[in-house]
Design a protein around this ligand. Structure first.
Ligand code: AMP
Ligand code: GLY
Length: 427
C-alpha cells in the first residue's frame, strides 16, 4: 500500500513510525514532515491548503490512503475533497470536524442529545456576553468559538478576568475564531482525556492517555499544546470508562450520524470527572499530541487495518490490542515556549539517548542540516519510554532526557506525577 501522512509534529512522527512498521505498507510519504519523520518516510513539500495539489500528488503516486494528523486540514475539508477524487482518507469530513472547529456546534449537539456538559450560552455580541457573565459570576469559562491553536479558552477566576477575555475575543485577538464566543459553566474535578476510533457508526475506545498542558512543573504556568503524556492513566477506571463511552462518546457518534455528518476518525474528548459524573468540556477530532506518542508505543495491533476499517465503516467486529507496559513521554521544548523562542540551535546526544532500552525519540520541530539536528519549533522532541509501571517508564524517559545535549531546550521534570503518586500509594 502507498500511504501519505499529513503533518510535522511529534504526533506525526509517532504515526509514521507505527505506519512504517506495518507489513501492508510498501511506500510512505509525509508532508511536510521533520528530521525524525525522514527516517520513516519520504518527506515531500506540498501545500496542504491546496487540496488540488494534494490530490494530484496522490493520483501521480497511486496513494491508497491519506492519514491526516492535525485539525486544520480536517476543518478545511481535505477529507471530503480527497473522497470526491476517489482517494481514501482517515479523518472526519469538514462538517464532522466542527466538533473541534466550533465549540458552539458541540455544545448544541450535547444539549440536543443529552450529553453531559457544563451549562452554556453562545454570543455574537460583546454586550450580551458581558451582561451574562455579570449575572453568572466567576469562576466561569470564556471560549472563542473557532480554532485558536489551543489558546482560545480562558478559565476566568474573577469577573474582571471574564470581562477582559470577552473584550479581547470580540476585539479580534483570535480573528474570525472569536467572532462568536461561548460562555460555559466552570466544571471542577479531575480532567481526563478519552480517545475513540470511530467509523461513523461504531466507536472503539483506545487505551487511556493523559497529557500535561501547563508549561512548568507542578502544573503551573501558561497552557501549552502539551508538555508530556503517559498511558495508561489510573484515573479512568473501568466504571468511568464505561460511563464516558455510554453517556458521551456513543451518543455523539449516533447524534452525528443522525445529523447526516457521520464522524470517522479519532474522537478525542476532554472530560471533567465532576461530582455528578463525567462531563464533556471539549472535543478534538484527531489524535492528541503528545498523547499519540504514548498510544503508538503501546499499540500492539497493526494500525493500518484500523485506519482502513474506520474509513470503510467496518469497525464493528474490529479489535485493537495493546501492550501491557506503561509508556511516558517528556516533551523537550525551546526556551521561551509557549511564548517567543529561537530556532536553529544544535541538538546532540540523540543516539545515546535512544540507546536506552525501551526508549524511542519522536521529533517535533526539528530540521537536519549538514548531518546535524537543529531545533526548528516550540515543541522540539518527545523522549518516550516504556516500563513495567509509569514510575519505571518515567525513570527511563528522564535517563534518556539527561543524555540529550541541547542548551537552548527545557522540559518539565515531573511528567506523570499524579500516576506515580498513585502507584506509590498503592504499593
Ligand atoms: P482547551 O484549550 O479547549 O484544551 O481548554 C484548555 C483548558 O481549559 C482545558 O484543558 C481545561 O483545563 C480548561 N477548561 C475548558 N473548559 C472548562 C470548563 N468548562 N471548566 C473548567 N475548565 C475548563
Ligand atoms: N495534547 C493536547 C492536544 O493535542 O490538543
Amino acid at each position: 500500500m502507498h500511504i501519505l501522512l499529513l503533518g510535522s509534529g511529534g504526533r506525526e512522527h509517532a504515526l509514521a513510525w507505527k505506519i512504517a512498521a506495518s507489513p501492508l505498507v510498501t511506500k510512505l510519504w509525509c508532508t511536510p514532515g521533520n528530521a525524525g519523520i525522514a527516517r520513516e518516510a519520504e518527506c515531500v513539500a506540498l501545500d496542504v491548503a491546496n487540496h488540488a495539489a494534494v490530490i494530484e500528488f496522490c493520483q501521480r503516486n497511486a496513494v491508497d490512503l491519506v492519514v491526516v494528523g492535525p485539525e486544520t486540514p480536517l476543518a478545511a475539508g481535505i477529507v471530503d475533497d480527497l473522497a470526491r477524487a476517489g482517494i481514501k482518507a482517515f479523518g472526519p469530513g469538514r462538517q464532522a470536524a466542527q466538533l473541534e472547529g466550533s465549540k458552539g456546534f458541540t455544545k448544541d449537539l450535547c444539549s440536543e442529545f443529552g450529553i453531559p456538559t457544563g451549562a452554556y450560552r453562545r454570543f455574537s455580541k460583546a454586550a450580551d456576553a458581558l451582561a451574562y457573565v455579570r449575572v453568572q459570576g466567576a469562576p466561569i469559562v470564556v471560549k472563542a468559538d473557532g480554532l485558536a491553536a489551543g489558546k482560545g479558552v480562558v478559565v476566568a477566576q474573577t469577573l474582571a478576568e471574564a470581562e477582559d477575555a470577552i473584550a479581547m475575543m470580540f476585539e479580534g485577538a483570535f480573528g474570525a475564531a472569536g467572532a462568536e464566543v461561548v460562555i460555559e459553566e466552570f466544571l471542577s474535578g479531575r480532567e481526563v482525556s478519552f480517545f475513540a476510533l470511530c467509523d461513523g457508526e461504531t466507536a472503539i475506545a483506545l487505551a487511556s492517555a493523559q497529557d500535561h498542558k501547563r508549561v512548568f512543573d507542578h502544573d503551573r504556568g501558561p497552557n501549552t499544546g502539551g508538555m508530556g503524556a503517559y498511558s495508561p492513566t489510573p484515573f479512568v477506571t473501568e466504571e468511568i470508562h464505561d460511563q464516558i463511552m455510554e453517556r458521551i462518546i456513543l451518543p455523539t457518534v449516533a447524534g452525528m450520524k443522525s445529523r447526516g455528518m457521520p464522524f470517522r476518525g479519532v474522537l478525542y474528548a476532554g472530560v471533567m470527572l465532576t461530582e455528578q459524573g463525567p462531563k464533556l468540556f471539549e472535543y478534538n477530532v484527531r489524535f492528541g499530541d503528545p498523547e499519540c506518542q504514548v498510544l503508538m508505543l503501546r499499540m500492539m495491533s497493526d494500525i493500518v487495518p484500523a485506519f482502513l476499517a474506520a474509513c470503510d465503516g467496518q469497525l464493528k467486529n474490529f479489535d485493537l490490542r495493546w501492550y501491557p507496559e506503561s509508556a511516558l513521554t517528556v516533551v523537550m521544548a525551546a526556551k521561551g515556549y509557549p511564548g517567543d523562542y529561537k530556532k536553529g540551535s544544535r541538538i546532540d546526544g540523540l543516539d545515546a539517548a535512544a540507546g536506552i532500552e525501551g526508549v524511542e525519540i519522536f521529533h517535533a520541530g526539528t530540521v537536519s542540516k549538514d548531518g546535524q539536528i537543529l531545533a526548528n519549533g516550540g515543541r522540539v522532541l518527545n523522549v518516550c519510554a516504556l516500563g513495567k509501571s509509569i514510575t519505571e517508564a518515567q525513570r527511563h524517559a528522564y535517563e534518556a532526557v539527561d543524555r540529550v545535549q541541547w542548551s537552548d531546550g527545557f522540559c518539565r521534570r515531573d511528567i506523570g506525577w499524579q500516576a506515580v503518586e498513585k502507584e506509590k500509594a498503592g504499593s
